[in-house]
Write a protein that binds this ligand. Sequence first.
Ligand code: 3PG
Length: 206
Amino acid sequence: MIAEDLFDLAPVIPVVVLDDAEAAVPLARALVEGGLPVIEVTLRTPSALEAITRIAAEVPDAVIGAGTIVRPEDAERSAAAGARFLVSPGCTPRLQAAMVATGLPFLPGAATASEVIALLEGGLTAMKFFPAEAAGGTAYLKSLAGPLPQVRFCPTGGVGPGNAADYLALPNVGCVGGSWLTPADAVRNGDWNHIRKLATEAATLR
Ligand code: 3PG
């Protein structure tokens, strides 16, 4: 799998924050059943790596990835835990090298033309656009498509049901990411039906 393949698997990548690894498997099943097989578990909680391992082992139809990769060791640990792709909110040469070293596809974060060009110099054409809404949203991405049409983005940060379709209509958007599919309350209460319904709605956005 290369990073661009992630764009073809689903229009939306749920960005998941998990406080309890016990929730990982039923949560991933609900997302997959709703039609969103690509799932990003962020390394923002102590249980994230355990959650990735459980999903990798028990939900074979999920394409489980690790997000919030900000240190080289995050990339190594995520790969060891079973992640099949990596996502970072930004990038540095050191972080890029660590993600390349895992052999996994990855979406490095970029928010300016210079950051995009730096990643292009590294041979990368699939990126996360973060923080999407705060950085300028769809108008900003349209502007980047002029000089940099070879890049495709996964905009994340402020993307939700109200604006996801606008992003997905842009030629330089491969998919979008967001946390709206897994509201904290629903995860805490184990309301997998609600999460399945949100995923089902999102899966038809493109
Ligand atoms: C991310 O890490 O990609 C964002 O925190 C998700 O942003 P959202 O919560 O605005 O969807």
